[in-house]
Design a protein around this ligand. Structure first.
Ligand code: URA
Length: 335
């Protein structure tokens, strides 16, 4: 049974002149309700919804128990993580393997774990927080060396692809993607331009130089992240890829992401955002919220090529990246 603590008297208790509250609540219920509220606010379009981080939640829970009614705590049943690890009715997933928020040992002042270690002292121990998370990526979570080798053979497969005759006829090189095989962040563009088509590398032209600056502003180096595109061949005259071309490449970018399984995917522009999120909404409508793609959190922002043409939008793009950094616990002013 989960540990429970008493709620303060509710308005109903006051109305009925009851001195004792009639309901109690467990830590996992509180955590689950908070996560569900955050998810609801996000779905409703509220921007900047803070997402619980396991370490922060652990600290708060511990502080909370510290100030809780000691008699209620002493009478409570021993804490367990059972409730926290069962799938909630609201579609939330427990922390654990495949979850982007992996369960971490709760780092309390006493160094207690997430079990009921605190129960014997009369205090309720924190339970593993239940965080809103996406479905696990399909397939196996590969070791870095295996990831490298799978990506290398996928890149060869892409180099021989002939699914889009119009693109195959014009391309010099396919552009598969590059970067860390264990990236925290994937930057997801639209499709190669002229420079990329010549070199076989993503984002090496003018837009790429701006993307590199954006990556560095986030305190990363290019080699720390992974950079890839929705379509792997240059659309002639830099036109947008046709829906059928995106559909033909979907299998490649989905498999690529299932190998990389990053914590964050930054969609650069409408083509990548709409393809990944299977949405028809504009960047203006999609940006400002964290979305989900399997275990990854998805940020949508303006494409660097658009930012070069519309410098006034750079402020908004930086806000989008800062939203990710805040969520990731990264302070861009600390390097
Ligand atoms: N624009 C993109 O979307 N991708 C690139 O690789 C280069 C420019």
């Amino acid at each position: 049974m989960p540990s429970r603590t008493r709620l303060p008297p509710s308005p109903e208790d006051h109305r009925m002149n009851r001195s004792e509250p009639t309901r109690s609540i467990s830590a996992s219920e509180v955590t689950r309700a908070a996560a569900a509220l955050a998810e609801h606010l996000e779905r409703s379009g509220v921007r900047w919804v803070p997402h619980p981080r396991p370490d922060a939640v652990g600290r708060i829970v511990e502080t909370w128990w510290g100030t809780a009614d000691e008699s209620a705590a002493a009478n409570a049943e021993p804490a367990t993580t059972e409730r926290a690890s069962s799938r909630g009715g609201s579609g939330q997933r427990p922390s654990g393997r495949g979850g982007s928020e992996k369960p971490e040992p709760q780092k309390g002042a006493s160094g207690k774990g997430a079990s009921n270690a605190g129960a014997s002292s009369g205090r309720l121990a924190p339970v593993a927080p239940v965080l809103v998370s996406g479905e696990p990526y399909p397939g196996e979570d590969l070791e870095p060396a295996e990831r490298r080798s799978v990506l290398a053979s996928m890149s060869e497969e892409v180099a021989g692809c002939t699914r889009c005759p119009a693109l195959v006829a014009c391309r010099k090189r396919t552009v598969f993607g590059e970067g860390s095989e264990t990236p925290r962040v994937v930057f997801f563009g639209e499709g190669p331009g002229a420079e990329e088509d010549r070199s076989g590398r993503p984002f090496v032209g003018k837009a790429g130089q701006l993307l590199t600056k954006m990556i560095e502003a986030c305190t990363f180096r290019r080699e720390d992240v992974y950079i890839m595109n929705t379509v792997k061949c240059r659309p002639p005259a830099n036109r947008n890829p046709e829906p059928q071309e995106v559909a033909n490449c979907r299998d490649y970018f989905e498999r690529q992401l299932a190998v990389l399984r990053p914590e964050y995917i930054v969609c650069l522009g409408a083509v990548s955002a709409q393809a990944l999120l299977q949405s028809k909404l504009s960047v203006g409508r999609l940006r400002g919220n964290l979305h989900r793609y399997f275990d990854s959190k998805v940020i949508v922002t303006y494409h660097p090529a658009y930012l070069l043409r519309t410098p006034a939008a750079k402020k908004a793009a930086w806000e989008d990246l800062q939203m990710m950094l805040r969520d990731a616990g990264i302070d861009p002013t600390c390097r």
